[in-house]
Design a protein around this ligand. Structure first.
Ligand SMILES: [Zn+2]
Length: 318
Protein backbone atom coordinates (compact mmCIF):
# COMPACT_ATOMS: atom_id res chain seq x y z
CA UNK A 1 0.00 0.00 0.00
CA UNK A 2 2.85 2.37 0.91
CA UNK A 3 4.21 2.04 -2.62
CA UNK A 4 1.04 3.24 -4.30
CA UNK A 5 1.11 6.74 -5.74
CA UNK A 6 -0.97 9.32 -3.91
CA UNK A 7 -4.27 9.82 -5.71
CA UNK A 8 -4.89 13.44 -6.70
CA UNK A 9 -7.67 15.29 -4.92
CA UNK A 10 -10.98 14.85 -6.74
CA UNK A 11 -13.13 17.90 -7.22
CA UNK A 12 -15.39 19.42 -9.80
CA UNK A 13 -15.53 23.09 -10.76
CA UNK A 14 -18.04 24.97 -12.86
CA UNK A 15 -17.41 27.94 -15.18
CA UNK A 16 -19.56 29.50 -17.84
CA UNK A 17 -17.79 29.69 -21.18
CA UNK A 18 -17.59 33.47 -21.00
CA UNK A 19 -16.06 33.35 -17.52
CA UNK A 20 -12.97 31.49 -18.72
CA UNK A 21 -10.16 34.03 -19.00
CA UNK A 22 -6.98 31.96 -19.03
CA UNK A 23 -6.21 28.32 -19.79
CA UNK A 24 -2.61 27.21 -19.33
CA UNK A 25 -0.72 24.01 -18.61
CA UNK A 26 1.41 24.08 -15.49
CA UNK A 27 3.23 21.23 -13.75
CA UNK A 28 1.19 18.60 -15.52
CA UNK A 29 -2.15 20.28 -14.82
CA UNK A 30 -4.62 22.18 -16.93
CA UNK A 31 -5.07 25.45 -15.01
CA UNK A 32 -8.25 27.46 -15.68
CA UNK A 33 -8.44 31.02 -14.36
CA UNK A 34 -5.51 30.22 -12.06
CA UNK A 35 -7.13 27.11 -10.56
CA UNK A 36 -5.83 23.59 -11.27
CA UNK A 37 -8.69 21.85 -13.06
CA UNK A 38 -7.62 18.45 -14.39
CA UNK A 39 -4.40 16.60 -15.26
CA UNK A 40 -3.09 17.89 -18.59
CA UNK A 41 -3.85 15.52 -21.45
CA UNK A 42 -2.10 15.52 -24.85
CA UNK A 43 -5.45 14.85 -26.54
CA UNK A 44 -6.85 18.07 -25.12
CA UNK A 45 -4.09 20.66 -24.72
CA UNK A 46 -4.72 24.01 -23.04
CA UNK A 47 -4.30 25.83 -26.37
CA UNK A 48 -7.22 23.81 -27.83
CA UNK A 49 -9.51 24.70 -24.94
CA UNK A 50 -8.51 28.36 -25.18
CA UNK A 51 -9.33 28.26 -28.90
CA UNK A 52 -12.71 26.67 -28.21
CA UNK A 53 -13.49 29.27 -25.53
CA UNK A 54 -12.82 32.06 -28.04
CA UNK A 55 -14.90 30.36 -30.73
CA UNK A 56 -17.84 29.83 -28.36
CA UNK A 57 -17.72 33.40 -27.13
CA UNK A 58 -17.89 34.72 -30.65
CA UNK A 59 -20.61 32.22 -31.56
CA UNK A 60 -23.05 33.60 -29.00
CA UNK A 61 -25.42 31.53 -26.86
CA UNK A 62 -27.78 30.41 -29.62
CA UNK A 63 -25.17 28.94 -31.94
CA UNK A 64 -23.05 27.32 -29.23
CA UNK A 65 -24.76 23.95 -29.51
CA UNK A 66 -23.96 23.77 -33.23
CA UNK A 67 -20.39 24.84 -32.54
CA UNK A 68 -19.93 22.14 -29.87
CA UNK A 69 -21.40 19.48 -32.18
CA UNK A 70 -18.92 20.51 -34.86
CA UNK A 71 -16.12 20.26 -32.31
CA UNK A 72 -17.20 16.76 -31.30
CA UNK A 73 -17.26 15.68 -34.93
CA UNK A 74 -13.83 17.19 -35.56
CA UNK A 75 -12.14 15.70 -32.49
CA UNK A 76 -13.44 12.21 -33.06
CA UNK A 77 -13.19 11.93 -36.83
CA UNK A 78 -11.25 8.74 -37.50
CA UNK A 79 -10.64 9.66 -41.17
CA UNK A 80 -8.97 12.90 -40.10
CA UNK A 81 -6.69 11.03 -37.69
CA UNK A 82 -5.86 8.36 -40.28
CA UNK A 83 -4.82 11.06 -42.80
CA UNK A 84 -2.53 12.64 -40.23
CA UNK A 85 -1.01 9.25 -39.44
CA UNK A 86 -0.36 8.63 -43.13
CA UNK A 87 1.32 12.02 -43.43
CA UNK A 88 3.62 11.27 -40.49
CA UNK A 89 4.49 7.86 -41.90
CA UNK A 90 5.34 9.39 -45.27
CA UNK A 91 7.38 12.27 -43.89
CA UNK A 92 9.26 10.10 -41.39
CA UNK A 93 10.26 7.32 -43.78
CA UNK A 94 13.88 8.52 -44.24
CA UNK A 95 14.61 8.79 -40.51
CA UNK A 96 13.17 5.25 -40.21
CA UNK A 97 15.43 3.91 -42.99
CA UNK A 98 18.46 5.53 -41.30
CA UNK A 99 17.38 4.10 -37.92
CA UNK A 100 17.13 0.61 -39.40
CA UNK A 101 20.58 0.84 -41.04
CA UNK A 102 22.14 2.07 -37.77
CA UNK A 103 20.49 -0.81 -35.90
CA UNK A 104 21.72 -3.36 -38.45
CA UNK A 105 25.28 -2.03 -38.14
CA UNK A 106 24.97 -2.26 -34.36
CA UNK A 107 23.61 -5.80 -34.56
CA UNK A 108 26.47 -6.86 -36.84
CA UNK A 109 28.99 -5.33 -34.43
CA UNK A 110 27.66 -7.06 -31.30
CA UNK A 111 29.35 -10.50 -31.88
CA UNK A 112 32.64 -8.67 -32.42
CA UNK A 113 32.37 -7.16 -28.94
CA UNK A 114 32.53 -10.63 -27.34
CA UNK A 115 35.88 -12.31 -26.64
CA UNK A 116 36.83 -14.76 -29.44
CA UNK A 117 35.63 -18.30 -28.77
CA UNK A 118 32.49 -17.30 -26.81
CA UNK A 119 30.07 -17.03 -29.71
CA UNK A 120 32.27 -17.23 -32.79
CA UNK A 121 35.32 -19.33 -33.45
CA UNK A 122 38.65 -17.52 -33.26
CA UNK A 123 39.02 -17.64 -37.03
CA UNK A 124 35.62 -16.08 -37.75
CA UNK A 125 36.16 -13.48 -35.01
CA UNK A 126 39.43 -12.42 -36.63
CA UNK A 127 37.79 -12.08 -40.04
CA UNK A 128 34.93 -10.10 -38.52
CA UNK A 129 37.44 -7.77 -36.83
CA UNK A 130 38.43 -6.49 -40.27
CA UNK A 131 34.92 -5.16 -40.80
CA UNK A 132 34.61 -3.46 -37.40
CA UNK A 133 35.95 -0.02 -38.46
CA UNK A 134 33.73 -0.02 -41.55
CA UNK A 135 30.64 -1.07 -39.58
CA UNK A 136 31.34 1.54 -36.89
CA UNK A 137 31.64 4.25 -39.54
CA UNK A 138 28.47 3.07 -41.32
CA UNK A 139 26.51 2.96 -38.01
CA UNK A 140 27.70 6.43 -36.99
CA UNK A 141 26.89 7.83 -40.44
CA UNK A 142 23.39 6.30 -40.39
CA UNK A 143 22.85 7.73 -36.89
CA UNK A 144 23.81 11.25 -37.98
CA UNK A 145 21.82 11.02 -41.23
CA UNK A 146 18.81 9.80 -39.20
CA UNK A 147 19.05 12.80 -36.88
CA UNK A 148 19.30 15.26 -39.79
CA UNK A 149 16.35 13.58 -41.53
CA UNK A 150 14.35 13.72 -38.27
CA UNK A 151 15.00 17.47 -37.94
CA UNK A 152 13.89 17.99 -41.56
CA UNK A 153 10.77 15.85 -40.94
CA UNK A 154 9.98 17.86 -37.78
CA UNK A 155 10.22 21.07 -39.81
CA UNK A 156 7.82 19.71 -42.42
CA UNK A 157 5.37 18.59 -39.72
CA UNK A 158 5.76 21.67 -37.55
CA UNK A 159 2.11 22.65 -37.93
CA UNK A 160 1.17 19.51 -35.99
CA UNK A 161 4.01 19.28 -33.48
CA UNK A 162 4.50 20.85 -30.08
CA UNK A 163 6.85 23.84 -30.29
CA UNK A 164 10.42 22.85 -29.45
CA UNK A 165 10.34 19.42 -31.09
CA UNK A 166 13.59 20.14 -32.96
CA UNK A 167 15.23 20.81 -29.58
CA UNK A 168 13.83 17.49 -28.29
CA UNK A 169 15.44 15.74 -31.28
CA UNK A 170 18.80 17.39 -30.63
CA UNK A 171 18.65 16.36 -26.95
CA UNK A 172 17.62 12.81 -27.92
CA UNK A 173 20.80 12.63 -30.02
CA UNK A 174 22.74 12.37 -26.76
CA UNK A 175 20.77 9.24 -25.83
CA UNK A 176 21.34 6.79 -28.69
CA UNK A 177 18.36 4.53 -27.79
CA UNK A 178 16.08 7.57 -28.25
CA UNK A 179 17.95 8.50 -31.43
CA UNK A 180 17.05 5.12 -32.92
CA UNK A 181 13.30 5.69 -32.85
CA UNK A 182 12.70 9.01 -34.56
CA UNK A 183 9.21 8.12 -35.76
CA UNK A 184 8.16 7.54 -32.16
CA UNK A 185 9.72 10.85 -31.09
CA UNK A 186 7.78 12.63 -33.86
CA UNK A 187 4.41 10.95 -33.19
CA UNK A 188 4.74 11.57 -29.44
CA UNK A 189 5.14 15.30 -30.16
CA UNK A 190 1.92 15.55 -32.19
CA UNK A 191 -0.71 17.89 -30.76
CA UNK A 192 -3.49 17.42 -30.20
CA UNK A 193 -2.79 13.74 -29.70
CA UNK A 194 -5.65 11.44 -30.73
CA UNK A 195 -8.36 11.02 -28.15
CA UNK A 196 -7.87 7.55 -26.59
CA UNK A 197 -11.25 6.65 -28.00
CA UNK A 198 -9.86 6.93 -31.53
CA UNK A 199 -7.83 3.83 -30.75
CA UNK A 200 -11.03 1.86 -30.17
CA UNK A 201 -11.33 1.17 -33.87
CA UNK A 202 -7.62 1.21 -34.58
CA UNK A 203 -5.22 -1.67 -34.26
CA UNK A 204 -4.68 -2.98 -30.78
CA UNK A 205 -5.88 -5.72 -28.55
CA UNK A 206 -9.49 -6.25 -27.71
CA UNK A 207 -8.73 -5.83 -24.01
CA UNK A 208 -7.28 -2.34 -24.65
CA UNK A 209 -10.37 -1.39 -26.67
CA UNK A 210 -12.65 -2.69 -23.92
CA UNK A 211 -10.76 -0.83 -21.21
CA UNK A 212 -10.84 2.48 -23.10
CA UNK A 213 -14.48 2.08 -24.06
CA UNK A 214 -15.48 1.21 -20.50
CA UNK A 215 -13.54 4.15 -19.01
CA UNK A 216 -15.22 6.56 -21.45
CA UNK A 217 -18.68 5.06 -21.04
CA UNK A 218 -18.47 5.06 -17.24
CA UNK A 219 -17.33 8.69 -17.29
CA UNK A 220 -20.28 9.69 -19.48
CA UNK A 221 -22.92 7.72 -17.57
CA UNK A 222 -21.63 8.41 -14.04
CA UNK A 223 -19.77 11.74 -14.10
CA UNK A 224 -18.19 13.04 -10.89
CA UNK A 225 -20.73 14.84 -8.70
CA UNK A 226 -20.97 18.61 -9.11
CA UNK A 227 -19.73 20.77 -6.22
CA UNK A 228 -21.96 20.52 -3.14
CA UNK A 229 -21.95 24.22 -2.45
CA UNK A 230 -22.56 27.15 -4.75
CA UNK A 231 -25.28 29.06 -6.53
CA UNK A 232 -28.17 26.58 -6.99
CA UNK A 233 -29.31 28.09 -10.29
CA UNK A 234 -25.82 27.90 -11.67
CA UNK A 235 -25.35 24.28 -10.57
CA UNK A 236 -28.68 23.34 -12.17
CA UNK A 237 -27.49 25.01 -15.38
CA UNK A 238 -24.22 23.05 -15.19
CA UNK A 239 -26.12 19.78 -14.60
CA UNK A 240 -28.37 20.45 -17.61
CA UNK A 241 -25.36 21.30 -19.78
CA UNK A 242 -23.57 18.14 -18.72
CA UNK A 243 -26.64 16.04 -19.48
CA UNK A 244 -26.84 17.61 -22.93
CA UNK A 245 -23.17 16.92 -23.58
CA UNK A 246 -23.40 13.31 -22.33
CA UNK A 247 -26.40 12.63 -24.61
CA UNK A 248 -24.68 14.23 -27.62
CA UNK A 249 -21.42 12.43 -26.97
CA UNK A 250 -22.98 9.04 -26.42
CA UNK A 251 -25.34 9.38 -29.36
CA UNK A 252 -22.98 10.89 -31.92
CA UNK A 253 -19.55 9.60 -30.94
CA UNK A 254 -19.52 6.79 -28.42
CA UNK A 255 -22.49 4.78 -29.76
CA UNK A 256 -21.11 4.52 -33.33
CA UNK A 257 -17.63 3.78 -31.97
CA UNK A 258 -18.84 0.93 -29.80
CA UNK A 259 -20.77 -0.55 -32.72
CA UNK A 260 -17.68 -0.33 -34.93
CA UNK A 261 -15.53 -1.99 -32.26
CA UNK A 262 -18.06 -4.78 -31.82
CA UNK A 263 -18.82 -3.80 -28.23
CA UNK A 264 -22.11 -3.02 -26.51
CA UNK A 265 -22.79 -0.82 -23.50
CA UNK A 266 -24.67 -3.65 -21.77
CA UNK A 267 -21.73 -6.03 -22.12
CA UNK A 268 -19.23 -3.42 -20.91
CA UNK A 269 -21.32 -2.38 -17.95
CA UNK A 270 -22.20 -5.93 -16.82
CA UNK A 271 -21.79 -6.23 -13.03
CA UNK A 272 -18.37 -7.66 -12.05
CA UNK A 273 -18.18 -11.04 -10.30
CA UNK A 274 -17.96 -10.49 -6.51
CA UNK A 275 -14.30 -10.43 -5.44
CA UNK A 276 -15.11 -11.79 -1.98
CA UNK A 277 -17.98 -13.54 -0.19
CA UNK A 278 -18.78 -10.33 1.70
CA UNK A 279 -18.91 -7.86 -1.20
CA UNK A 280 -22.47 -6.89 -1.98
CA UNK A 281 -22.22 -3.61 -3.95
CA UNK A 282 -19.96 -1.97 -6.51
CA UNK A 283 -19.25 1.42 -8.00
CA UNK A 284 -20.28 1.43 -11.67
CA UNK A 285 -17.71 4.13 -12.46
CA UNK A 286 -14.50 2.71 -10.97
CA UNK A 287 -15.55 -0.90 -10.39
CA UNK A 288 -14.51 -0.96 -6.70
CA UNK A 289 -16.51 -3.39 -4.58
CA UNK A 290 -17.97 -2.72 -1.14
CA UNK A 291 -19.41 -4.70 1.78
CA UNK A 292 -22.30 -2.24 2.22
CA UNK A 293 -25.00 -1.22 -0.22
CA UNK A 294 -25.77 2.30 1.05
CA UNK A 295 -23.87 5.51 0.33
CA UNK A 296 -21.30 5.95 -2.40
CA UNK A 297 -17.71 5.23 -3.33
CA UNK A 298 -15.03 7.72 -2.15
CA UNK A 299 -15.62 9.70 -5.36
CA UNK A 300 -19.27 10.22 -4.50
CA UNK A 301 -20.80 7.79 -7.03
CA UNK A 302 -23.88 5.94 -5.73
CA UNK A 303 -23.27 2.20 -5.29
CA UNK A 304 -25.13 -0.48 -7.24
CA UNK A 305 -26.16 -3.68 -5.52
CA UNK A 306 -24.17 -6.72 -6.59
CA UNK A 307 -26.21 -9.81 -7.39
CA UNK A 308 -24.69 -13.12 -6.37
CA UNK A 309 -23.41 -15.18 -9.36
CA UNK A 310 -26.21 -17.74 -9.36
CA UNK A 311 -28.93 -15.10 -9.48
CA UNK A 312 -26.94 -13.17 -12.05
CA UNK A 313 -26.92 -16.16 -14.40
CA UNK A 314 -30.70 -16.45 -14.10
CA UNK A 315 -31.18 -12.76 -14.93
CA UNK A 316 -28.86 -12.85 -17.92
CA UNK A 317 -30.49 -15.98 -19.29
CA UNK A 318 -34.01 -14.58 -19.43
ZN1 LIG B 1 -16.05 4.75 -7.75
Amino acid sequence: MAGRPVEPAIFTAVWRWDEIETVVEREGWMVINGRPFCPAAPAWPAAELQRLVLALRQAGVETRAACLRRELARQFRPAHWARRQQLVRRVSRWPVVANTLALLALAALSPAALPPGVLLSKEVAERLAQFVPGLLAAGALAFVVGAVAAVLAARRLRRWLTPGTVKVILVALLFPPQGLRWRRVLTDAMRPAPHPLLLVSGPGGRSVRRELALATLADVRWPLPLPERGDIGRLAEAAAMRKWYAAEFEGRVLGPWLAQAGLTAEELLAPPPPDSAASCAYCPRCGSQFVRTDGGCPRGIALVELKRPRRQQVTSAK
